[in-house]
Design a protein around this ligand. Structure first.
Ligand SMILES: [Zn+2]
Length: 569
């Protein structure tokens, strides 16, 4: 016997069979019972949720000659005609391939003829938003005054593209996406009927991948069933559909939580060994992070997230290892990674290094929780400290209502992990130069950052100045030694970027002979070369032992009154 696709075989035949759209079935049945039937309907909703199926059920119900006005009998002449290939009283067109005004005129010519078997002539127009403006206009007149034997049913996935003139003349029904549990229940019912052995976890995979569409769920089901036959397990379903198992993501999140780079690499290795591609791996991780974030909210249920209660429980437990801020930062880095993935010749290296970067991120601490910890500290007898804590907590309360947002807010500064702060230092210095504090940023120029122990807290960071002689002659270095305010400011900046406490050291390093030669060879801008040739510059150099730290063009209309106090008195 030829195999009939499940999606076709188990297509609902009556309103009773419709899954997830009970609100629509009820309203339509009430209208039929009360004799208050509209002549034009618009069924809107995402793909695969039963819009055209419902249109056919409605056509069948209205025309059935059986005794139950709410459920087609399936055996009368009309029911048989409609379930056959080319029904006489139901005309179905796909607007996606019949967009023009002529297609609609052709259809409307048939409106005047009475139905052949049943009571109504039913016109179903699928993807109605695809019609041209001319086609919509041609429809309008008939839609205003249709013959009493005519019913129009429009279906669309994009109701916003349907003109208002049409919308105001139809009765609109919004189809819901199906929940995971609704899809699972329906698949379970079909498996029972078909005597197929499976488990809820396997069915849950179809349901999650289908993302609210019953038709897609059945298509995936068919695909897996064709490979595995009568024995559908979660693992076989995952491997057939190329879906990374959730354990991989739990493994990854754990690696991030404990800063374990090795575990990140093992996760990538595992994903590759079972044949998971990077793109679905990252898509799945995005979905996983989203579910983690949502699982932290008390008001969210497993059903709302379209996941099984078991998975929801696991997510809730795992989410407690990280803060909202951590999860948001991970999501941000993941989005960047996804956009870069298609442009790299070595996706594995990109994924691995990005995961390593994620693993080295310091955890963000909720400021409110930190303050509460100070309050709970046994020696917190200092009244002034207590007063300060209360003050800050109160001001936090007035700004943010939810406890977790304090850390969400602080995630607006771009952040780096301890692992990458040294390599990001030049970029940070460039960003700081926009602060208009020329002395501070000039003092930072030419520095580098050393990070000896990546795991120590507070995080030890050394800002290093290179110099050519032993006499501590470096201007920038001297600035930093004399201005403790500079040091404090730098600590604040680094702590902002790193989201952790920082211990700063200021150091000078003597350049070797070869380094000095390299430095000398470093190219200056043409403007700076000119400046070095200037006689006045040479004289200044001799008199004050100066060096060119930076140069800036002075605008033509520059006047002393506008001058920054860092330049002039
Ligand atoms: Zn019938």
């Amino acid at each position: 016997m030829a195999y009939i696709a499940m999606a076709r075989k188990w297509r609902p035949n009556s309103f009773q069979d419709m899954v997830g759209q009970e609100h629509i079935a009820k309203t339509l049945q009430n209208a039929i019972e009360g004799g208050r039937l509209h002549h034009a309907f618009l069924f809107t909703g995402t793909r695969g949720v039963g819009k055209t199926t419902s249109a056919r059920i409605l056509a069948r119900t209205l025309n059935c000659m059986g005794s139950n006005p709410l459920s087609p009998c399936g055996v009368c002449a009309s029911c048989k005609d409609i379930s056959g290939g080319n029904p006489m009283d139901v005309l179905e067109i796909d607007a996606a391939s019949n967009t023009g005004v002529d297609n609609i005129r052709e259809l409307l010519e048939r409106v005047q003829y009475a139905p052949m078997i049943g009571k109504y002539k039913v016109f179903i127009i699928d993807e109605v938003h695809m019609l041209s403006n001319g086609a919509f206009n041609a429809l309008l007149k008939t839609l205003e005054e249709p013959p009493s034997h005519v019913i129009f049913i429009f279906a669309t996935t994009e109701v916003n593209k349907v003109p208002q003139t049409i919308l105001s003349r139809v009765q609109r029904f919004d189809f819901k996406r199906l929940t995971t549990n609704q899809i699972i229940d329906r698949l379970k019912y079909i498996c029972d009927q078909e005597k197929i052995t499976t488990d809820v976890e396997a069915l849950g995979i179809f349901a999650e991948k289908a993302d609210g569409s019953m038709r897609d769920a059945l298509t995936y089901f068919d695909q897996a069933y064709a490979f595995t036959g009568n024995d559908l397990t979660a693992n076989s379903v995952r491997s057939i559909l190329g879906i990374p198992p959730n354990e991989l993501y739990f493994m990854l999140i754990h690696a991030f939580a404990v800063h374990d780079i090795k575990e990140c690499f093992e996760m990538v290795d595992k994903a590759c060994s079972i044949g998971v591609e990077f793109s679905p791996l990252l898509d799945g991780f995005g979905k996983f992070l989203r579910n983690l974030l949502y699982s932290r909210l008390d008001s969210v249920t497993a059903e709302e997230l379209n996941i099984t209660p078991e998975l929801f429980g696991q997510l809730k437990k795992t989410a407690s290892e990280l803060s909202n801020g951590d999860l948001l930062r991970l999501s941000k880095i993941l989005t960047e990674l996804q956009s870069k993935l298609h442009h790299t010749s070595n996706p594995r290296l990109l994924v691995e290094t990005t995961f390593a970067r994620m693993a080295w991120l310091d955890h963000m601490t909720d400021l409110r929780r930190a303050l509460a910890a100070i309050n709970d500290y046994p020696d917190a007898s200092n009244e002034a400290l207590k007063k300060k804590v209360t003050e800050v907590t109160t001001s936090l309360d007035s700004v943010q209502n939810t406890p977790s947002t304090a850390s969400w807010e602080s995630s607006s500064t771009p952040q780096y992990s301890r692992y990458e702060i040294s390599s990001a230092w030049n970029t940070i210095c460039r960003q700081l130069s926009d602060d208009h504090d020329l002395l501070f940023t000039a003092a930072l120029s030419g520095t580098s950052l050393l990070t000896p122990d990546l795991k120590a807290t507070p995080f030890p960071v050394t800002i290093q100045f290179k110099t050519e002689d032993k006499n501590e002659n470096n201007w920038s270095y001297k600035q930093f030694l004399t201005n403790t305010e500079f040091q404090e400011r730098l600590v604040r900046i680094l702590e902002d970027y790193l989201q952790t406490t920082v211990e700063l050291k200021v150091a000078q390093r003597l350049l070797s002979e070869s380094e000095i030669q390299i430095e000398a060879k470093k190219k200056r801008t043409p403007y700076e070369k000119d400046l070095e040739d200037e006689k006045i510059f040479t004289i200044l150099n001799q008199l004050f032992d100066t060096e060119l730290v930076f140069s800036r063009k002075i605008p033509k209309n520059f006047s002393k009154t506008e001058c920054d106090s860092n330049y002039c008195d």
